[in-house]
Design a protein around this ligand. Structure first.
Ligand SMILES: Nc1ncnc2c1ncn2[C@@H]1O[C@H](COP(=O)(O)OP(=O)(O)OP(=O)(O)O)[C@@H](O)[C@H]1O
Length: 490
């Protein structure tokens, strides 16, 4: 649809853009990104014919843009520029109606029924219909932005060029506008070429991205390829991390602020932070720890500073155990947003904890273990499924920095060590009469200070993993022993 071939150009024969080549397909949502001054607006102005091409060619539907008459060009391309705070004494409807100019056969021709229909339709689609008789200067920046979008859409273009369309828009309107544009690309085959400063929005909505750097084309490809961490760090000269979006398969970019040391970050986790009562085991740490857990609250990856393992009766039944746990934490002046909360039916006096340190690698392990619903995971299907309170809850606190791999490998190592302890205690699955590998509702937490030594791996023979395995094995064994002694007491 649009072909940019070896294009150089800019202002008064000075080539701001150098040797740019890419094409945009029909119905594509195409994003232009790059740091300030990299040439994004210049490129958009060249595509819209405002700035001349010095060398190379810009073709629209296989014809050079210079061969189009102004009116024909306007039937193809509409431009939504970055609007300043200027205001006009036009009504919303009058402003939108200006978009129909290219479709009027003669100059000063009166508005046709078709013009009226299109204007009404786009005003409804952009949510400005109820302001249609208001003057533009009465509207907020975001509302005005939607009026200009409606004006561009009223032009019924095949291509829409946008310079930072979400500028001035609040979160909901950003989503609404981009959802609307995306819908038009899908249902009306509208082609959108848009400049974005927000790389995350560009990633969410664009089919492809062009990254400009100092007037040159760095890359033009799918968002996942363009938004590689090293590339964005180099081009934008700032520290970032790339993450997958939690709900859809699109990359997201996070800024990493300068380290703001408060002094508390140097604290080391050990048993002095632990409080054990019959009702709950708590650990409060002065700063948030990066966690991976299967807690009732705080599950998955997160940052938390309070950890709770709460005793509940074996007959605990609740239709919404998560909400019940949140209410419980609140009733104990604990913030559920900052707390990994677990439950166990085990007596908390059977807890076993241990701080370990070998060659500068230090951690704290806390385990509550019982065998109430011991299961052999190889034959889990022989058990009826039931949601019951947890039994073996394993906490691993690491004074160090863990990679994502290390977090996952620590979970594996801790689970293997737990199973070994169960095997040594000859704990049986009473349904299958085979050795139990765990219990049916065990929970785990790996928490790390993300300061100090870096642990890339947590497998069983790595410096970190071997300590995790040793500690979880010892604590599970001890806690099981206490549990068994107590239940077998005459
Ligand atoms: N009217 C102009 N005359 C001469 N040079 C200009 C003009 N407008 C912009 N430039 C220069 O062209 C270069 C690219 O500017 P452009 O506005 O295209 O960058 P951009 O990527 O859109 O930047 P931003 O993210 O800040 O909007 C800059 O070095 C700028 O100083």
């Amino acid at each position: 649809m649009i072909e940019i071939k070896n294009v150089s150009g800019g202002y008064s024969n000075e080539a701001i853009l150098k040797n740019i080549s890419f094409d945009v397909k029909n119905g594509e949502f195409f994003g232009i990104i790059g740091p300030n001054g990299s040439g994004k607006t210049t490129l958009l102005k060249m595509i819209s014919g405002i700035l001349p091409v010095i060398t190379g060619e810009i073709a629209l539907n296989h014809k050079s843009i210079s061969s189009y008459s102004v009116r024909d060009f306007a039937k193809w391309i509409a431009v939504l520029p970055q609007h300043t705070a200027q205001t006009f004494s036009y009504t919303v409807k009058e402003t939108v109606s200006l978009g129909r100019y290219a479709h009027q056969k003669k100059l000063f021709q009166s508005f046709s029924e078709e013009d009226e229909r299109v204007v009404q339709e786009v005003m409804k689609q952009t949510g400005i219909y109820h302001y249609r008789d208001d003057l533009l200067d009465k509207l907020s920046g975001g509302e005005r932005q939607r009026v200009y979008l409606a004006q561009s859409l009223a032009q019924n273009p095949k291509i829409l060029l946008l310079d930072e369309p979400t500028n001035h828009l609040d979160l909901a309107y950003q989503k609404e506008l981009l959802d609307l544009l995306k819908k038009w690309t899908l249902s009306n085959q509208l082609t959108v070429v848009s400049i974005f400063h927000d790389l995350n929005l560009a990633s969410l909505y664009c089919d492809r991205l062009l990254l400009l750097h100092d007037g040159t084309m760095k890359i033009c490809d799918y968002p996942d390829e363009v938004l590689k961490m090293e590339r964005i760090q180099e081009v934008y000269e700032t520290n970032i991390e790339k993450f997958p979006h939690p709900k859809i398969p699109k990359p997201q970019i996070m800024l990493i602020p300068e380290d703001q040391q408060t002094g508390q970050e140097t604290a080391t986790i050990d048993e002095s932070y632990l409080q054990v009562t019959k009702e709950m085991i708590q650990l409060h740490f002065p700063v948030s720890l990066k966690t991976m857990s299967s807690g009732v609250t705080g599950s998955g990856m997160g940052w938390f500073r309070t950890f709770v393992n709460r005793h509940v009766g074996k007959d605990y039944q609740c239709s919404n155990h998560r909400q019940e746990m949140i209410d419980y934490l609140r009733s104990h002046n604990l913030d559920p947003n900052e707390t990994v909360g677990m439950m166990t039916a085990v007596n908390l006096e059977d807890v076993s904890f241990q701080a370990l340190e070998v060659n500068g690698c230090s951690l704290l392990i806390v385990v509550t273990a019982g065998t109430g619903n011991a299961v052999d995971a190889a034959y889990g299907e022989q058990h009826a499924f039931a949601v019951t309170p947890g039994t073996i809850n394993t906490w691993v606190f690491v004074n160090g920095k863990l990679t994502d791999e290390a977090f996952i490998q620590c979970i594996m190592t801790a689970t293997e060590a737990k199973t070994k302890a169960l095997r040594e205690a000859s704990i049986q699955d009473t349904t299958t009469n085979t050795y139990a590998t765990g219990t049916s509702t065990d929970s785990i937490l790996i928490a790390a200070t993300q300061r100090g030594p870096l642990y890339a791996f947590g497998g069983s023979i790595t410096p970190l993993g071997s300590l995790v395995g040793k500690g979880v094995y010892a604590c599970t064994k001890k806690s099981l022993h206490r549990y068994l002694e107590r239940i077998h007491k005459p």
